[in-house]
Design a protein around this ligand. Sequence first.
Ligand SMILES: [Zn+2]
Ligand SMILES: [Zn+2]
Length: 500
Amino acid sequence: MDCIADDRSSQAGTPSPSLMSSTCTEVTSISSELGSSTSSVSSDTSYLYEKYGCDGDSDSVPSCYICLDEGVDELGQPLVRDCSCRGTDAGFAHLHCIANYAEQKSQHWDGHDMYQLIVHWKVCPNCHQPYQNEPAIELANRFISYVEKTHPNDKGLAVAALKLKLGALGEFIYRQNMITSHSNDDKKKEEATATASKLLATIDQMRHSSSRSSRRVSNRILQIEAFVYFDLGQICFSEKTTKSAREAVLHFEKCRDLFEAMDIKASGVAAGISAAENSIAATMLRLDGNIPASMEKKLEHSRNMYKLCVEEYGEDDGETLKVGTNLAIDLRNTKHTTESLRLLTKLMDRSRRVHGIEHSLTKRIETTLQQYKVRRVLYQSQDGRWKKYRALRYEEEDRKNIVLQGPIHEPRCDERTFTVPSMAILPSLGTPIVCYGFGRNSFMGNLNGKVGDLRSWDKDTGSYEVHFEQTDLWSCSLKSENFHILFDLPEKNEGNGLNR
Ligand SMILES: [Zn+2]
Ligand SMILES: [Zn+2]
């Protein structure tokens, strides 16, 4: 009956590397500083209606906010919008125009604060959120060319530009793998590996050429190097194979060692070490299937990270939303499903508002939420074997029977939907439940209607350890006649009255 411990295929979260890098600083709002070109090109914008759901009947046709042209540019490249701008016409631009604009802004760089240069190639000046996906990668490429052209001997800038590209590729691959959960883009991974090699080689050159290796300079180099290994680790981690998980552990360990070699008091070092350790724990979890002690530790760490982000950046910040999503995943992996679902629901509303419904983080939160809403149970089939099924709903008001679908395995050819007595199933660990059936005056009567999670299973007594959402209730051991599976969570603090 050990198989009751729910499957481990669920994604374990890793912290976002960008948390450790500088956060977005103020960007002056764009005006049409580049002037508008009046040359008219073909304006077939129908693809935008499809891609962004713009209203085809409305008069507003998307146009580039920089050159003001509709449709493709001179080179036939379409309008793009891959930040958090939304609405039917806001924020669309030609990549070529964005790059020109960034280049122009870059000419005014003071030569000191590197972020003030990078920001033009990384963050949309309208919504102040980073570009994502292909546009982010392409802008990083343009930034690399710009640096090669204007500062050919500046290794520090070359490293910054390559790092921007690796970060963009890393996020792209990571998100793709997390959303689609199958085939990964090999070309992109090759590009990422090549970029990382080039980065490490450039860092090596820097190290050898810096005769006066002041502590500050070498710390900075170590930090970038650590980020390179973190990105590589994340890319491997997202591939979801045993081989890539082993590779990921090596990268994360290298990242941790580099951080440990730095001055612990330097900013970001402590966070870097725990982010690396955190990721090692998450990856080991995937490799081993079960390491409860480190998982609990990781959960505690994720809670602190989220709390810190909320305090530092506020609940609506993009970084907070990412860290919150990772916390929700850690909660689910440690069977705190009720809390995970509540957090994801909140994050989804916020991400929809902050980033819009098309944004990859919003989609990732939605997918995760859908996945966690599935209620898995074990049921003994006619051949005597316990198999995993999806529980869909109770059949009647009295919940005596339950509708199952499955068995869950690939291929899904022999799947069927049928009804069985509720007492014949065993819910998976982590299933949210609501208590019922205790005598009103019995000493456990106060548990009726209380919401909790099934945290562990005692095969000798056939009962579950239940942890309650209400924090002033002790956890207790319950048999399945005293709880129902919760398919939809009630509003918080309305646990009473659920049970009639
Ligand atoms: Zn344009
Ligand atoms: Zn934008």
